[in-house]
Design a protein around this ligand. Structure first.
Ligand SMILES: Nc1ncnc2c1ncn2[C@@H]1O[C@H](COP(=O)(O)OP(=O)(O)OP(=O)(O)O)[C@@H](O)[C@H]1O
Ligand SMILES: [Mg+2]
Length: 295
């Protein structure tokens, strides 16, 4: 049984979701997702960020009902209908490690995925005709999947999630293993999906990829939500204004990092000590520094 939201605009909601894994009865259960709450509004593109092991795939698997939360509740949008089978027929999912039948051609794989969703052969062809050129995979659809490169597999896997024209599209690292030009092409497709009114929820490690195309980002660390909002807002709230002062003292080049409010005082005392100031530059924190707290 799925639960459905009573709010019109919500497409997916996590309400205080926790997931623990008990692999060994003698050991304390491991908490992979820890009291996670968020809402995804219909029509939005949401990026799901976090380091390796943060709990992204576990959360996505719970959203897809492959594994059940230990506690908490997941609510699905009214737009998805009111029955489980109906709701999942309106969702598209790209797993982190998709499985492909290697002897099928790309086209046959898409047909097979369409058949699983009860889509007519005619409709499947129509969707393939629309999407294959955008995924730049049309040239290879008559080849067996075992001949595909990693990036080609990612493209055909993503294409296959769109065959049944889903409303909610959940992608677990759709940009992984794709070269920079390919990343741009896939990001363009995600933007197009938004223009078509789809709701897209996708995970990634790369803040700048998410920043470019998402309305909002959710950032998790150790299964807990750290940030929820636009990248701009998160940067403005978390940016620390620091200055790097470079100077000569006793014929040696030195540099120190000072906070904004102490900048003038520090420079004055350096000069008093006989330092020759060379430059004072504002240190911009990178997106990675803000999100991942890397130094
Ligand atoms: N079935 C399981 N049994 C035990 N622990 C698990 C299981 N599945 C996931 N975990 C643990 O839960 C944590 C979160 O894993 P998850 O795959 O959700 O991370 P992730 O954010 O998707 O990471 P990545 O960026 O590497 O894909 C990890 O420590 C992982 O080892
Ligand atoms: Mg993962």
């Amino acid at each position: 049984m799925l639960s459905f939201s009573t709010h019109n605009i919500i497409m997916l909601e996590f309400v205080n979701i926790t997931k623990t894994f008990s692999s060994d009865i003698l050991k304390k259960p491991f908490t992979a997702v820890d009291g996670l709450s968020f809402t995804i509004d219909a029509g939005k593109t949401i990026g799901f960020l976090g380091a390796n092991g943060a709990g992204k795939t576990t959360s996505i698997k719970m959203a897809m009902d492959f594994i059940r939360p230990t506690s908490g509740e997941i609510l699905y949008g009214k737009e998805l209908g009111n029955k489980k089978i109906e709701a999942f027929s309106k969702m598209g999912y790209l797993p982190e490690r998709p499985f492909f039948y290697p002897h099928l051609t790309g086209f046959e794989f898409c047909q097979y995925m369409g058949a699983l969703s009860d889509i007519s052969a005619k409709e499947v062809k129509k969707q393939i005709k629309k999407w294959a050129p955008e995924f730049k995979i049309d040239f290879a659809l008559d080849r067996q999947i075992k001949t595909y490169s990693k990036g080609m597999l990612q493209r055909v896997g993503f294409l296959a999630t769109l065959i049944h024209d889903p409303k909610l599209i959940i992608l677990d690292e759709p940009l992984a293993g794709v070269d920079p030009v390919g990343r741009k092409e896939l990001k363009d497709i995600i933007e197009e999906l938004k223009l078509l009114g789809k709701t897209v929820f996708f995970s990634s490690h790369i803040v700048s990829d998410v920043e470019e195309i998402c309305d909002n980002v959710l950032f998790i660390k150790n299964g807990k939500l750290l940030f929820d909002g636009s990248v701009d807002k998160i940067i403005n709230e978390n940016i620390k204004s620091e200055y790097r002062v470079r100077y000569y003292k006793d014929n040696e080049l030195c540099k120190i990092l000072v906070e904004d409010k102490e900048k003038n005082k520090s420079i004055e005392s350096l000069i008093k000590d006989g330092a020759d100031i060379i430059s004072v530059e504002q240190e911009r924190m990178s997106l990675e520094q803000i999100f991942y707290n890397v130094k």
